[in-house]
Write a protein that binds this ligand. Structure first.
Ligand code: EPZ
Length: 419
């Protein structure tokens, strides 16, 4: 069982290049099921979640794998898909696999996908995915923990999500690309990962408009063709590395970022006292005059990303004054709090809000990673803690960050992987 050991107190300085977006990659891989042609995705992060989805493609009979000529590219050809079941033991390990549902139903007229179940951060229901697929004419049936859907061709419809859901928007939108007629999705998610998916679907021949707004219009087409696409830099990894730089009062440039998709994060960092400089796809973080507390509330894009909540909390622990962090997207996303308290953090939980007393002198200690972004928050705090922190169960962090300890080490952190 791998663990990461950090000796805090080092200022991070220098430059680092981001990996591609894990969350964009997963949706783009699912889109490959919509065509018989080969789909090539480049700048794909070597993370466990991508391997998890590749395993699902194997179960479906698709040809899918890492490109032998490019270690950060995956090639998928769904022309050989001959099974339509995504099994429980694979879906439970990588719940975003549920996004194969829409493509399978609209392309093959059938799908049997295990309900993904909950995870550490919440129940993670899929009701909106199913409502959207049913609105398109899909006949859903729950069978012993599996969602079975039949009914092709799907038929375009006006559908409004009851709650803004990123993967729900992506799943239903992909199903609509091959449906008969026009589909209008209201209260659609506006995340950059939805926008990137639309850009790629359009390159594949889909007829879609409205991405980045709450109203997306999809006009069904007969077929989609293959595509080669370079995945955008990971905006959450970018935010995580900026927090790591700031918590050490460092001076770091990150390359491969798109600042325009990080508005809320950059604005919050500036509010805390981080000097942010943007030059093209590079962003610099330094701390000229100290850090001070503030209030943060997570929200769907363009609000402050819930995936950045643990990391900004860790930064606020060393800022002067008190702060309040409110998690409005997921119901159980404070699993990092008891672990941060082991480092000496003064945090009081009150429902969906965490009240922080800043200026803490954090002391290194053994801590346990519980989920992907919680472990990122623990690493950020460990960089500022006096002495040694050991983060256990780092398989959580390997789901969404490629070689994070090497990136931090290249910036001067005293960090190593053991086990
Ligand atoms: C995506 O998850 C991301 N994952 C998450 O990142 C991210 O935290 C989340 O969006 C929010 O930004 C991927 O893209 C693979 P949601 P998703 O559906 O789409 C409720 C990470 O760390 N909901 O937008 O599953 C849900 O319970 C991961 O990289 C329903 O009620 O999140 C939540 O409260 C973690 N019914 C809210 O919507 C549904 O059918 C938003 O969740 C679907 C969702």
């Amino acid at each position: 069982m791998d663990r990461i050991v950090v000796r805090g107190g080092r200022r991070l300085t220098g430059e680092v290049t981001l990996s591609g977006s894990k969350n964009s990659t997963l949706a783009l891989m699912a889109a490959a099921l919509l065509t018989d042609d080969e789909v090539v995705l480049r700048n794909v992060p070597r993370v466990r979640d991508v391997d998890g989805l590749l395993a699902i493609f194997e179960a479906l009979g698709a040809k899918a794998g890492w490109d032998p000529q490019d270690s950060h590219a995956v090639r998928i050809n769904a022309s050989t898909v001959c099974r339509y079941e995504a099994p429980y033991d694979l879906v439970r390990k990588m719940r975003a696999s549920f996004m194969v549902l829409g493509p399978l139903v609209t392309r093959f007229g059938q799908a049997r996908v295990s309900e993904p179940g909950g995870c550490a951060i919440g129940v993670r229901p899929i009701d909106q995915h199913l409502k959207g697929i049913e609105a398109l004419g899909g006949k859903t049936h729950l069978d012993h923990g599996y969602v079975e859907v039949s009914g092709a061709p799907l038929v375009g419809v006006n559908f409004s999500f009851d709650i803004t859901t990123v993967n729900g928007t992506q799943n239903v939108m992909m199903a609509a690309t091959l449906a008969k007629g026009e589909t209008v999705l209201e209260n659609a998610a506006r995340e950059p990962e939805v926008v990137e998916l639309v850009e790629v679907l359009r390159k594949m021949g889909a007829d879609i408009e409205g991405e980045g707004t709450a109203r997306i219009v999809i006009r069904g087409v007969e077929r989609l063709h293959g595509v080669e696409h370079c995945v955008a830099g990971d905006r959450i990894e970018a935010g995580t590395l900026l927090c790591a730089a700031a918590v050490t009062h460092g001076d770091v440039w990150i390359h491969g970022a798109s600042a325009e998709t990080m508005g809320a994060t950059l604005e919050k960092l500036r509010e805390i006292g981080v000097e942010i400089t943007v030059q093209g796809d590079s962003i610099r973080a330094r701390v000229p005059n100290g850090l001070h507390g503030t209030h943060v509330t997570t929200a769907p894009y363009p609000g402050f990303a819930t995936d950045m909540q643990a990391q900004i909390m860790a930064l606020l622990l060393v800022a002067e004054g008190s702060s309040v962090v409110t998690e409005k997207v997921f119901e159980n996303r404070f699993m990092h709090v008891p672990e941060l308290q082991r480092l000496g953090a003064d945090i009081t939980l009150d429902g969906r809000s965490a009240h922080l007393r800043g200026g803490a002198k954090l002391m290194g200690a053994p801590v346990m990673a519980t989920d992907l972004r919680a472990s990122a928050g623990l690493l950020v705090a460990a960089l500022a803690a006096e002495g040694e922190t050991t983060v256990h169960r780092v398989y959580h962090i390997d789901r969404g960050y490629e070689r994070i300890e090497e990136k931090l080490k290249s910036l001067g952190a005293d960090i190593r992987r053991e086990g």
